[in-house]
Design a protein around this ligand. Structure first.
Ligand code: ATP
Ligand SMILES: Nc1nc2c(ncn2[C@@H]2O[C@H](COP(=O)(O)O)[C@@H](O)[C@H]2O)c(=O)[nH]1
Length: 213
């Protein structure tokens, strides 16, 4: 346990000196992955994705170690017991977690670390010294969210309903004053992306100037 606290301290200490990490949260299907992939494409090398662990099965096209570390429930539980995770949560029947190593790997490259995590993760990260910028991505409406999730064609009916129920709850919680630094309604994708870039402009400039000096 002591070594895991040391690890967490190292991550948080690095976060206080390097660029601030960015937490993207918001309902499943709101467009977090779409937006973060756009950022990583436009600003190649500036951002690094914190690759979470999950017990859910990979979707077609998802790559182990890139999109997620896909693990068994037993492995995940062992990792939690070892203290490998800064935060972890159960979402829609599967476990998800951000490992200290995932954040450290990004910070070691002096990149802006992006975490794509659910509301429980946000609440847990708030108790650490990671000090990220918290951004919530919202859909224009729950109806549009449902349509996007259906069109994505990744969920069973049961999983879809669980995600919609969580979405309704999380949209309510996200109104809590001070919980997020910014809320972006992802209606028109380009517009939402430009807002995201605006919010991160200072961090982007800071890392760009460091890389060019
Ligand atoms: N502005 C938009 N207009 C229309 N479709 C969109 C928009 N943004 C994202 N989408 C589509 O909606 C679907 C959900 O987006 P995405 O997978 O990025 O959501 P997510 O928030 O990362 O979901 P999850 O939390 O489940 O990983 C995708 O098929 C994506 O192409
Ligand atoms: N608390 C955490 N939530 C996470 C993490 N990685 C992803 N997520 C969230 O889970 C849901 C579902 O993701 P999906 O890929 O199965 O659609 C979504 O809201 C993610 O933000 C994590 O490490 N911790």
């Amino acid at each position: 346990m002591i070594s895991s606290w040391r690890q967490i301290f190292r991550v948080t200490a690095a976060a206080m000196t390097g660029p601030r990490p960015v937490v993207l949260s918001g309902p499943s299907g709101a467009g977090k992955s779409t937006l973060l992939k756009m950022l990583m494409r436009e600003f190649e090398g500036l951002f690094g994705f914190s690759v979470s662990h999950t017990t859910r099965k990979p979707r077609p096209g998802e790559v182990d170690g890139k999109d997620y570390h896909f693990v068994t429930l037993e492995d995940m539980k062992r990792g939690v017991e070892r203290g490998d995770f800064i935060e972890h949560a159960v979402f829609s029947g599967n476990m998800y977690g951000t490992s200290t190593a995932a954040v450290q790997a990004v910070q070691a490259n002096n990149q802006i670390c992006i975490l794509d995590i659910d509301m429980q993760g946000v609440k847990s990260i708030k108790k650490t010294r990671l000090n990220p910028i918290y951004i919530s991505i919202h859909p224009p409406s729950v109806q549009i969210l449902e349509q996007r999730l259906r069109d994505r064609n990744t969920e069973s009916e049961e999983s879809l309903q669980k995600r919609l129920n969580a979405a309704i709850e999380d949209l309510e919680i996200s109104k809590e004053p001070g919980l997020f630094d910014a809320v972006i309604v992802n209606d028109d994708l380009e517009e939402a992306y430009n807002k995201l870039k605006g919010i991160l402009a200072k961090e982007i400039k800071q890392v760009q100037s460091g890389k060019n000096s």
